[in-house]
Design a protein around this ligand. Sequence first.
Ligand code: GDP
Length: 413
Amino acid sequence: MARTELALIRNIGITAHIDAGKTTTTERILYYTGKSHRIGEVHDGNTTTDYMAQERERGITITSAAVTAIWKDHRINVIDTPGHIDFNIEVNRSLRVLDGAIFIIEGVAGVQPQSETNWRLADRYNVPRIIFINKLDRTGADFYRAAETLTEKLGINWVTLQLPIGIEDTFIGVVDLVEMKAIIWKGDELGAQYEYQEIPDELKEKAAEYRQKLVDTAVGIDETAMEEYFDKGDVSVETLKKCIKKGTISGEFRPVLCGTAFKNKGVQPLLDAVLDYLPSPIDIPGIKVAPEEGQDETADRQVIPADPDAPFAGLAFKIINDKYGNLTFVRVYRGTLRQGDMVMNTTKGQRERIGRMFQMHADKREEIKEVFAGDIAAFVGLKDTGTGDTLADGADPVVLERMAFPVPVIDIS
Ligand code: GDP
């Protein structure tokens, strides 16, 4: 497998204050990526990301399974990150294996207390994030005020990539400030598509103002952007996108998008932003090995880059019991794993044989024969492997760190 294929993978989580729209957004993502034909409605708890009866009853997602969605030839593994404050241990576990996240706030209340908790947690793991301001169709929604709460409550440096066109009942689409055009949805039913239009006259001035903020931000962090700006008075779409990705991965600023998941406006550009701005497994250096006995968390340790040709190493991050038996979800960090391979559980010092392996889609499980560095798969029949254990090739039996998250690379140009 070529490194270029690794560039097509995104391992992401979606995090939000309860009721901000995480479940709805996840469902719409699965729908628009064409993998969910039977969309579950939130109120009856029949959503495709729900695996356990308990969470159906409570209407909240407490498991962290991974669902694979295909968008524009990329593979987006959506790792279910629980949002409820009681499940911080679960949140911790899932944050460890994702490379980026969509952080949803709602358009009426903006940042709510639990969003703050989740934000700080994601900070601890240096998770690159894009922010989605949802529910712009609701009475009382105000994009600008909601965005302001990002400064007030989180104290972060954000930059918006979109402006809403209309609000509440009249919300019809967004101005794309990168490409400087309007994206207008035709209808608000499930599956609604959009078309590009000219930016409406009454928004032209505001769009120019916010586009300038975006350009200033890019120029502030990147020399190519600065040169282009001094030469031509503007920055090209390509350079702008590179800069936004760079700033998102380094955490220097957080890009903001908006829409209404429920009314099916905003989801496709959000998916595009996941591809454009969140890192692939090769945009970040990789996971560190666990500290040795006597070493503390801050000690210099070996970093495992996502190399598919090196010996296998992966981390079990979730175990689910379903009608097929035990499913162990593993994030592969290095190497390639095939059905029938013997591996070491290096955490426990035991050998395991790899049986059948699957990738979970919203409406089906796909059996696969091999899985590569950077990707996620579920294994049936692992006997002694628990959540947080490392599985590795006996040729290089590394133990991966259980908690800390890889430090992002600053320069991706
Ligand atoms: P979660 O708790 O973050 O997973 O939030 P849900 O996706 O379950 O949404 C909570 C409630 O808000 C549900 O009744 C949704 O139908 C509703 N909802 C979600 N997104 C939107 C939206 O964009 N607009 C409106 N008006 N309602 C929404």
